[in-house]
Design a protein around this ligand. Structure first.
Ligand SMILES: Cc1ncc(COP(=O)(O)O)c(C=O)c1O
Length: 369
């Protein structure tokens, strides 16, 4: 039995639904759920004894598991409650001023561009490129100039499914003196992500990383934003002295965490990262195989697919006449997907099957016409 087949048994939603909605919220697999539950049970019976046990290494062990999956150092991984928090840390941590610009684009989920709108009040220009799918990288890069401080984009687009060549964007942006922020919520856990190439990244854990809402990470390359935009008791080198008068910014990843983190949710995230890191090749090739199969089958059935095959990850978007109605009909028949972009978004994780895609196709045949 392959890893994907055996893992499928550990995902309870597969017994009830054909779940094709990992780009929205992932169902929690049992080992990931158990990591959070074990902690909560121990806190229930031991209180601070359990809390102190888990916090003894300042979450170095958890950071290492994520760092390993993302090919960076544990010192570059901070726990944040969602992607948006991570974008804001970067937006307000870079000290941008009048005449500086940030390049982003209109295909982004609002979590990426909108934090920068606040900087307009300080004279920062936000360049919202309207890219074409087949020239995304060129279009974004053409807006970068000598005053660009940051390019902020997603690795995989939530509403078109395209997978961006971030290595190229980073290489060219860096050569013009700009940093790169990458939103990896639609890629981490599904396809290979190597954050060494970029300067900043963030993701909530609740999509392809299969962890609970409230878990998430921020990656800040070593040497950048050493002075965080917000201070809190956990940002301090002397945090365990509980002394209001004694403060010095900690050099480690705790500096961005400001206060108490969601320990249960991030234990689950670290568990998931540990599992996925052991099987990166299989996970990534299954995700691509299933999205490729979905594109091929939808095209054969006459649907117009928006996601380009050669630039796909795990998301497939295709057009139907009335996406909201079709999504409701699918749900009534036990198939869970979303209406996004120009149609329906199908997002299969590595433990989905081709049979499930065939079920989707057979229902679509009757509901779209
Ligand atoms: C690309 C992208 N970024 C961010 C988010 C969500 O942001 P947050 O984790 O802050 O809720 C989504 C949610 O669909 C998304 O698709």
């Amino acid at each position: 039995m392959s890893f994907a087949e055996s893992f499928r048994d550990l995902v309870p939603v597969t017994k009830k639904f054909v779940y094709l909605n990992h780009a929205a919220v992932s169902p929690t697999p049992l080992p990931v759920l158990e990591a959070a539950q074990a902690y909560l049970r121990e806190v229930a019976s031991e209180g601070t004894i359990a809390v102190n046990r888990y916090e003894a290494d300042d979450f170095k062990g958890l950071r290492e598991k994520l760092a390993n999956l993302l090919n960076v150092s544990w010192e570059e991984i901070s726990f944040v409650p969602n992607t948006s928090y991570g974008v804001n840390v970067v937006a307000h941590g870079l000290d941008l001023g009048p005449g500086d610009n940030v390049v982003t684009d209109s295909l982004e989920f609002p979590a990426v561009p909108q934090p920068f709108y606040k900087l307009k009040k300080r004279g920062v220009e936000v360049r919202l490129v309207r890219p074409n799918l087949d020239s995304f990288e060129d279009d974004v890069l053409s807006a970068v100039d000598g005053r660009t401080r940051l390019v902020a984009i997603s690795h995989v687009s939530f509403n078109t499914g395209i997978r961006v060549d971030y290595e190229r964007v980073a290489r060219e942006a860096h050569s013009m003196g700009a940093y790169v922020f990458l939103d990896v919520i639609q890629s981490a856990g599904a396809v290979k992500v190597d954050l060494k190439h970029v300067d900043f990244a963030a993701a909530g854990g609740y999509k392809w990383l299969m962890a609970p809402q409230g878990s998430g990470f921020l990656y800040v390359k070593k040497g950048l934003i050493e002075d965080p935009p917000f201070y809190g008791w956990r940002s301090s080198k002397y945090w365990l002295e509980f002394n209001a008068e004694k403060f010095e910014v900690d050099k480690g990843p705790r500096r961005f965490e400001i206060g108490t983190i969601d320990v249960a949710a991030n234990l689950a995230l670290a568990k998931s990262a540990e599992i996925l890191a052991k099987h990166t090749e299989e996970v990534s090739s299954r995700v691509l195989e299933l999205s490729g199969y979905t594109i091929r089958r939808l095209s054969e059935e006459g649907f117009e697919v928006v996601t380009p095959t050669e630039k796909r990850a795990g998301i497939v978007i295709f057009k139907v006449k009335d996406p909201q109605r079709v999504v409701k009909e699918l749900q009534a028949k036990g198939i869970i997907a979303s209406a996004r972009g120009q149609g329906i978004r199908v997002s299969t994780h590595f433990y989905n099957t081709k049979d499930e895609i065939e079920k989707l196709i057979s229902i679509l045949r009757h509901s779209n016409g």
